[in-house]
Design a protein around this ligand. Structure first.
Ligand SMILES: Cc1cc2nc3c(=O)[nH]c(=O)nc-3n(C[C@H](O)[C@H](O)[C@H](O)COP(=O)(O)O)c2cc1C
Length: 181
């Protein structure tokens, strides 16, 4: 089972990168092989219909298609997905949707405040579903980031910790079932 982890924040000290690292550790403990889909390596211009599709779009699609499951870990901006993630989805969807319909998707979000990104995650799930993705229903909302991790970076806050195990277990089960069918 190969799971790709895509963080929609490139910021140094990103709390979503912190959550990504914690989820990768959990996924490894569940027996999965993990890789980071680093958007810094797939630099994309802001989508504009007159720009020829950059090679990075095709490279990113191929990379995403190589996973049986993908976890998107994303900040919430003004109640929705951040532009970097929407730009990735918009650019790649102009070429094909195999990278959306192939892997099974999980969604997670980390916020400094208590709301845990539920509005953003809901919209990300909606967009992925609309493109034909299978998205596991359990989303890992992790609020109050400054208290959510221990000194080793492990996710300790509840309910985020329980949700993380539930989401990853469900992701692996569904992706295994999909690969076999
Ligand atoms: C443009 C903008 C909009 C934001 N909107 C929200 C929001 O709707 N909900 C929320 O919980 N946090 C919001 N935040 C705060 C982010 O959750 C916070 O900056 C967080 O640290 C970003 O994630 P990162 O650390 O992984 O980059 C917003 C931040 C920015 C820059």
């Amino acid at each position: 089972m190969k799971i790709g982890f895509l963080c929609a924040s490139l910021r140094n000290n990103s709390i979503n990168k912190r959550l990504e690292t914690a989820l990768i550790k959990r996924a490894k403990a569940l027996g999965a092989k993990t890789s980071i889909i680093d958007l810094a390596k797939f630099e994309l211009p802001l989508f504009h219909g007159d720009i020829d599709t950059p090679d990075t779009v095709k490279n990113l699609i191929e990379n995403m298609k190589s996973y049986e499951a993908i976890v998107i870990i994303s900040p919430e901006y003004n109640g929705g997905p951040p532009p970097i993630l929407k730009n990735v989805i918009d650019w790649t969807s102009t070429v094909e949707t195999g990278h959306i319909t192939g892997p099974v998707y999980g969604i997670a979000s980390c916020t400094p405040g208590p709301m845990s990104g539920i509005m953003g995650m809901r919209q990300i799930a909606y967009i992925l579903n609309r493109l034909g993705a299978q998205v596991v229903p359990t989303q890992v909302g992790c609020g109050m980031a400054s208290q959510a991790f221990d000194e080793n970076g492990a996710l300790i806050a509840e309910p985020a910790s329980t949700l993380a195990d539930k989401m990853l277990t469900s992701l692996i089960e569904r992706a295994t079932h999909k690969a076999a069918s």
